[in-house]
Design a binder for this molecule. Structure first.
Ligand SMILES: Nc1ncnc2c1ncn2[C@@H]1O[C@H](COP(=O)(O)OP(=O)(O)OP(=O)(O)O)[C@@H](O)[C@H]1O
Ligand SMILES: [Mg+2]
Length: 314
């Protein structure tokens, strides 16, 4: 059951012309007066890891629940390989819910076998896969422990194994790495890259933007239930205004006369300036020097965290 190139080819062959395996279009859902998801459209291709990011309440979990059929959205379509997604498709999905969903008093090994059986594996295969995943995720020796006896991080690993044990075609992982130590994040990231090579499509929500940057092929930024920006890191860099951090040792507001510049933030480390394309950084430097000693002057990096801050108004 190892990763094969033909699994990727099969999944791609079953996908619609644009290559997407999961196709969410025009998704809209409200809770009372609150619009949680507002016309959201996104695709995930076979073999692709898509990062879903956005502030608390942006609509990530609601979107994932709709994909998994836990929530029946009021508008929009969810397609899998070109057809409306149904229960049989969802047996081939793996889900790590935000609220987690394991049995605290059940033994780790039994738990994995149970969920593998629920997804259609026969007992022999389920047991073999359960053993394999516990080994791969560093849980050998914990098979007979009740879940509740494991540390938080190890419980997370078990939940991760449950999502993967039936080798799903689509992985929907809601904050899968929250609370994990850096070594565990690396191990689980490698596992996800392996699953992507096998052909799995992955939708991965996280607030750990450094992890998203390293792991995801594409990033979708949600804001108030809508897609604010999406693309590869390079695409996002092209969409985000350049930003400059400047610290001048002065009590005066030296930024007032600058053109094509907006003050995005002021803090103890100076100001962050959002630059229009025509902004002249040398003119900004001259204005800063005229105001007082310049202690810091640097264009912000193109890291996801900076792009996110620049795109998502704080
Ligand atoms: N069952 C519910 N009943 C009422 N409102 C809800 C329900 N579930 C979600 N909401 C609201 O819908 C909005 C979107 O919530 P959602 O959980 O999808 O956000 P999120 O992006 O996953 O946030 P977080 O980063 O905090 O997990 C929020 O305003 C939330 O309060
Ligand atoms: Mg959430």
């Amino acid at each position: 059951m190892g990763p094969t190139a033909s699994a990727v080819e099969d999944a791609v062959a079953a996908s619609p012309a644009d290559g997407s395996a999961l196709d969410v279009s025009g998704l809209r859902h409200r809770f009372g007066d609150l619009v949680a998801v507002d016309g959201l459209t996104l695709q995930v291709c076979a073999g692709e890891i898509v990062g879903l990011v956005g502030r608390n309440g942006a609509g990530k979990t609601t979107t994932m629940r709709a994909v998994m059929g836990i929530l029946d959205p009021q508008h929009g379509a969810i397609r899998w390989c070109g057809h409306t997604v149904g229960p049989a498709d969802r047996l081939r999905f793996g889900y790590m819910p935000e609220e987690r969903g394991l049995y605290p008093q059940m033994r780790v090994f039994d738990q994995l076998v149970y969920f593998a059986r629920l997804h259609g594996l026969d007992t022999r295969v389920a047991r073999a896969e359960a053993r394999d995943w516990l080994d791969r995720l560093g849980l050998r020796g914990r098979e007979l422990n009740k879940l509740v006896a494991l540390s938080h991080g190890n419980q997370q690993r078990v939940q991760f194994a449950v999502a993967l044990v039936h080798r799903p075609d689509l992985l929907v992982l809601d904050e899968a790495f929250a609370g994990l130590d850096p070594a565990a994040v690396d191990v689980l990231s490698d596992v996800l890259r392996g699953e992507a090579r096998r052909g799995a499509a992955t939708l991965f929500s996280s607030h750990q933007l450094d992890v998203v940057e390293r792991l995801c092929d594409r990033i979708v930024i949600l804001e108030q239930g809508k897609v604010l920006a999406e693309g590869t890191l390079a695409d996002l860099r092209a969409q985000a205004p350049r930003r400059l951090r400047v610290k001048v040792d002065t009590a005066t507001d030296w930024t007032a006369g600058l053109s094509a510049v907006r003050v995005a933030r002021r803090d103890a480390d100076g100001v962050v300036l959002a630059l229009e394309p025509e902004a002249d950084t040398q003119a900004i430097l001259r204005a800063a020097l005229a105001a007082g000693p310049v202690e810091h002057f640097a264009v912000e990096s193109g890291r996801l965290i900076d792009l996110y801050r620049s795109l998502v108004a704080s």
